[in-house]
Write a protein of this length. Structure first.
Length: 232
């Protein structure tokens, strides 16, 4: 089986899982975006997935993504997401390639991104990353700090708060984490009507996430296989 056949088969299986999860939850599959996590995979894989109809791709390292996105400028409908932990000094570089930053977890990072977006003359879509269990060492904003961060994002004028993201902690059931995130986003919408997106669920737990209202599942392994380095 060549790589294109492999990815086509994997994509069909992932889409079937999404369709089945949506059917079980009484949801329309069109409500759930499939975000292909292409970190550590070569540009050629992105080209194949793009040819198979995917348009949303995620990277977690600025230095790798900036090169890859540069190689793929001809994929004019591709939309790029930054999903990894981001240092403030990378903000200027990230806004050069990312259409959306999904991992905003501090006021200082929001301020850096807003400054970089302003300098570029754009308004940048962002998600607020939430640490459901409060262990912010792994990234994410603690739940009690969400209102302050959301306010800072909105007041900047250069960022558009589109919703929230989380990674289910290993210390709790994924269903509990996703239920908690849904509650956070529900509260956000009261004061921030643009915050409608719920990014939750990966290869191993996307069904649980969809059952709790996820509008975006981030799939890497189930789509691309076990991770490998872009170059030896």
């Amino acid at each position: 089986m060549n790589r294109e056949e492999e990815l086509k088969e994997n994509l069909a299986e992932v889409r079937e899982r999404i369709d089945n999860a949506c059917a079980a939850a009484g949801r329309d599959p069109s409500e759930v975006m499939l975000l292909a996590v292409t970190k550590t995979w070569p540009a050629s894989d992105v080209e194949i997935l793009y040819g198979l109809g995917l348009r949303n791709f995620a990277e977690n390292r600025d230095q790798d993504a900036s090169v890859k996105v540069g190689q793929l400028r001809h994929l004019t409908e591709a939309r790029w997401h930054m999903v990894g932990r981001l240092q403030r000094n990378k903000a200027k570089s990230v806004v050069e390639w990312a259409d959306q930053v999904d991992s905003v977890d501090s006021v200082r990072l929001a301020e850096a991104l807003a400054k970089a977006a302003h300098a570029k003359g754009i308004r940048l879509d962002v998600l607020l990353q939430v640490s459901i269990d409060g262990d912010t060492s792994r990234g994410g904003c603690a739940v009690p700090d969400v209102p302050e961060l959301a306010g800072a994002i909105t007041r900047s004028g250069d960022l558009i708060l589109r919703g929230a993201m989380t990674v289910a902690p290993l210390t709790m059931k994924s269903s509990q984490a996703f239920e908690a995130l849904a509650s956070v986003v529900s509260g956000l919408r009261d004061d921030h009507p643009t915050a409608t997106r719920v990014s939750a669920g990966m290869s191993g737990d996307l069904e649980d996430a969809i059952s709790h209202g996820s509008t975006c599942v981030r799939v890497g392994t189930a789509l691309l296989g076990r991770r490998r380095l872009i170059s030896p």
